[in-house]
Design a protein around this ligand. Sequence first.
Ligand SMILES: [Fe+2]
Length: 263
Amino acid sequence: MKIIHLSDCHFIDPAPKDAAAAGKAHPQHTLQNVIADINKWQSDAELCIISGDLTHDGTALQYGLFASTINALPMPVHVIPGNHDARAALLAGLPATGRDENGFINYAFTHKGIRLVFLDTLIEGEDAGILCEKRLAWLTRELATSQNLPVLIFMHHPPVAVGLPFMDSINLQNADEFGDVISMHGNVKHIFFGHLHRPCHGIWRNIPWTCGPSSYTGQPLAMQPGTGLPDKAWLEPGYGIALINENDASVCYHVETVPNPKI
Ligand SMILES: [Fe+2]
């Protein structure tokens, strides 16, 4: 099974007023470039999953632009929110998106014997993420129901510290509670997330995890304390290609970069 993993698209308005955005490649153009590469080289992928920060400001205008842009992907697309998203506007702009009984963007489906679980870690108006009591209850139920299936989880916020002090301060705030729920069931085989704007991977609670790249900008490695980004190379926009073994749900993950479009 081949899954395309996109993340952190950060759509802004078509003509941004923000001076910082002026002179940079527009995130719609970087995503269009990424999609052109996917359509040329990876059009056999079965699904595309976008792990949050679809927009930068969560406005209807930005979701409209985003929805029309991802229409160019030939495979089904599934999204979850990131800290820059707004739940109601996302659901209005992308009405096919799943949601749970409490209105959170938690949903799941089975594809080729593998359960794909999508989690909403958004705290509206804040950069850090959480899985509140209601969302953890949904996940507990979901993992119990799919106990006999291997599970892949997709979420925006990392449940682990990654050595980037600023990003580690705004990751999933109750990772231990989340970890206790997934450890209790033992069927989660891999966790995918975004938020960091740079690919990395590791193992947490005996579960491998992968952070995918941003389709907009890849941040420089900021391992020193402080909120500023170091003056060093920014990564190119990119996307992930997850090859999933259908027998055991093991994952091989490739990162492809696509050069910034000329402005
Ligand atoms: Fe982001």
